[in-house]
Design a protein around this ligand. Sequence first.
Ligand code: SF4
Length: 363
Amino acid sequence: MHNKIADILQKSVLSKNDLIILLSANKDNAEIIFNKAAEIKTKYIGNYTYFRGLIELSNICTRNCLYCGIRSGNKNAERYMISDEEVFNSVKYALDRHWGSVVIQSGERSDTAFIDKVEHILRQITQMCEKKPGITLSLGEQKTDTFKRWFDAGATRYLLRIESSNPDIFKKIHPQDKLHNLERRIENLYTLQKLGYITGTGVMIGLPFQTIEDLANDLLFMQKLDIDMIGMGPYIEHEDTPLYQYRDLLLPIEERYFLSLKMIAVLRILMKDVNIASSTALQAINPDGREEGIRVGANVIMPNITPVRYHKSYNLYKGKPDIAPETDNYIKILEKQIALAGDKVGYGDKGDPKHFFRRTVER
Ligand code: SF4
């Protein structure tokens, strides 16, 4: 198997079968994949990890995804919306520390009050900063006009995860209604690209019913869509969700973690110059998880800078780390761990994905 993997890693084009073999590697054989991913990262994007200050704007959501702790149907979730002032203070925290970017994430809403609020926040952030920061939005599906308004107000990146490219799995992890529709989600991704956003997506790894072939297809989906940035991580079950009933079908949590590291590494090999986030869900399983993600090919970490009192309420999955707050001391530890993984922190730089510029120039 070792030789077979070494042969695959020499190829310039990887087939679905190649991806399946790489994703099936055991611990000993995976090291060669991890090393190759690290080599490609150094060659194509350099050894920098970028911090994105993550602001969890609100856990109010109109959707009801069957895996999510803040789904609208979860009556146990205590709902919140943070004030504009709190958002600006968080942005200031990030920019004072020379992080080039912030991410604004929220449960999904498409009502006028929410759209206006986000637009106002974006315009204010742009005005308060001498040097325009990179602003990523992760606010779910929206109308083209809304995406455009937010783009014009200063957002440059948009992350819209599909969670699984397999329509059958998508159906099993979402309610069967018009609101939850994979095709429309994919159309939204194309719209974002057309509008000029740096566009991101992602999947969950280790879902019930999911096979290695599904994950290989997920990687090929991202390649086909020519996506610029990816946020993906292990599926971690939440007891207040309908999907929890299938917990006996899940791989042990350590295997989901290992599979997630392999997904990061194989994606780096497949799509050399994209941005890949090392997710908080990795850290939920292993305290060094985010740094391990960096070692095997990721180049983005999103420290949570939401005001501490809201942390517990943005409870997407069981055991979501409550490193509250991600203080200067914690960031120093993170810097050391990133250095151990072979990277420096890209301070003062937005860290836009090189892939985006290549994609938009080539089209
Ligand atoms: S995954 Fe997103 S859209 Fe779905 S319920 Fe959770 S916050 Fe809402």
